[in-house]
Design a protein around this ligand. Sequence first.
Ligand SMILES: [Zn+2]
Length: 168
Amino acid sequence: MKARTVEFVDVLNPAVGLDCPRCGLWTARFGWFCRNCAYRLWPNAEAAGRAYRTWRLHDSSRMRVHQWDDELPVEETVLVVDFRQRAHELGIHVFPSSHWPIVVCAGLLFAGLAAVPLLPVVRIILAVIGVFLFVLGVGGWMLEDVRLYPAEDEGAHGEAHGVETHRE
Ligand SMILES: [Zn+2]
């Protein structure tokens, strides 16, 4: 039985797809039917499956090919980039992840509410709260940054100055 199967499929041919003998369009080689015109490529589903398995077992590099594929699967490589390290190499200062921007946004919210035509006293109070939160948020963010990365900050400044002198 196995010998007969091998007669049916050319295992040395690495092609995953083929041009359909009837419509000429590209289709999966081990699909039972042509996916474009439904031309019967194999006598039955079992023969197609057997041919596919025989062909696939012939070469370990074919293990990831599916029976319905018409081309080799694309190698999926996950690119891992340490952006913090990359930024440091380029002399770009990356802010640490922080909760302070939320405070900045709250300040902007109150400052925005102060623009609504309400009683002048209410508007002044809203504006004061908004400006206070905004300054607090920005200040807190900056201080946290300086506290977490004192050395990097100096290094970044040094590199930045270096670039400036190069341009001059
Ligand atoms: Zn066809």
